[in-house]
Design a protein around this ligand. Structure first.
Ligand code: IPM
Ligand code: MG
Length: 350
């Protein structure tokens, strides 16, 4: 049985996942690691960004680690065969409905943020993004031509009680192990799904998590509060689209998108999907300068959440911290280290 399935994907994906492989060999050589084409790389070879075999392997592995997908090369591929569609199908196929996106500011990097040190120092937010529903998957969708020849584009935002409850439950449970506070973000002032979201979260809180502090916040205000006073947040739970946007914003508070990992989890016992949130970065792909820490920290989350090795996760997390303290910096952090040299620094700290 595969412990860790690597899906390097496109752009800087293969560069950063190669470093995960090195770290995994050093830290946990007993893990059975496999690798498959995914995204544009798979489309080029197999005519589809995610073939059935790869999806079957992903659901049979203990954990899946994806590098990144997409790039200008596939901009004209049919929409359902774009690399991004492969990622959405992978998330849906693995039923990983809760996406954990930590925004954590490592002390030595507090000056790398565009915000002042005193605003971001010690920042530790966990965004829980709903990942397999909402406007990303809702129907009807499409672009249709109207009688007068003009066009109409349609997306559908849709959520059920069950979908909201299961992701909110993950958020409340996480909060209990942290600072015990959940902020639920939606647009209940404008959207029906937002209203339902607020009702369902409120009811679940009263029923199962009265000990956790719950606060509701409109998503636009949440975006503003994130740059104004980010340390007021502990766990933020929100829908797929707001989570996509708010997590990029939160990531940037920490200094670099190159630092941020994510974990997507589903039902207990099912494999998790781990992704650095930085994307394929076609502008720097192939140059060996990408920061591998987001991918390495995604492996750290895989050890913790899917591979039952919290002990090794702690070790790896501490090693990343020591490497940064010792001054290891890739270009995005204002340094000169290559992708491989940054991984060397982590391996040395291990
Ligand atoms: C992310 C990305 C993806 C998303 C894209 C690549 C489909 O932006 O993981 O945040 O929108 O979910
Ligand atoms: Mg995104």
């Amino acid at each position: 049985m595969t412990d860790l399935l690597l899906l390097p994907g496109d752009g800087i994906g293969p560069e950063v996942t190669a470093q995960v492989r090195r770290v995994a060999e050093r830290l946990a050589g007993e893990l059975k690691v496999e690798e498959r084409l995914f995204g544009g790389a798979s489309y080029d070879k197999h005519g589809t960004p995610l073939n059935d075999e790869t999806l079957a392997e992903a659901t049979a592995a203990k954990a899946v680690l994806m590098g990144a997908v997409g790039g200008p090369k596939w901009a004209d591929a049919p929409r359902q065969l774009r690399p991004e569609a492969g990622l959405l199908n992978l998330r849906a196929g693995m039923e990983v409905f809760a996406n954990l996106r930590p925004a954590l500011c490592f002390g030595p990097l507090a000056d790398a943020s565009t915000l002042r040190r005193e605003v971001v120092e010690g920042l530790d937010i966990m965004i829980v993004r709903e990942l397999t529903g909402g406007v990303y998957f809702g129907h009807p969708r499409g672009i249709e031509t109207l009688a007068d020849g003009s066009k109409r584009g349609i997306d559908t935002q849709v959520y059920t009680t069950g979908e909201i409850e299961r992701v909110a439950r993950v958020a409340f449970e996480l909060a209990r192990g942290r600072r015990n506070k959940v902020t639920s973000a939606e647009k209940s002032n404008v959207m029906e799904t937002g209203l339902l979201w607020r009702e369902v979260v409120t009811a679940l809180h009263a029923r199962e998590f009265p000990d956790v502090t719950l606060e509701h916040m409109l998503a636009d205000n949440c975006a503003m509060q994130l740059v104004k006073n980010p340390r007021q947040f502990d766990v933020i739970v929100t829908d797929n689209l707001f989570g996509d946007i708010l997590s990029d914003e939160a990531a940037m508070l920490t200094g670099s998108l190159g630092m941020l990992p994510s974990a997507a989890i589903g039902a207990p016992g099912k494999p998790g999907l781990y992704e650095p949130i930085h994307g394929s970065a076609p502008d720097i792909a192939g140059q060996g300068v990408a920061n591998p820490l987001a991918a390495i920290l995604s492996f750290e989350m895989a050890l913790r959440w899917s591979l039952g090795r919290a002990d090794l996760a702690d070790k790896l997390f501490a090693a990343v911290g020591r490497a940064l303290e010792a001054g290891a910096r890739t270009r995005d952090l204002g340094g000169t280290l290559s992708t491989a040299q940054m991984a060397d620094a982590v391996i040395e700290a291990l």
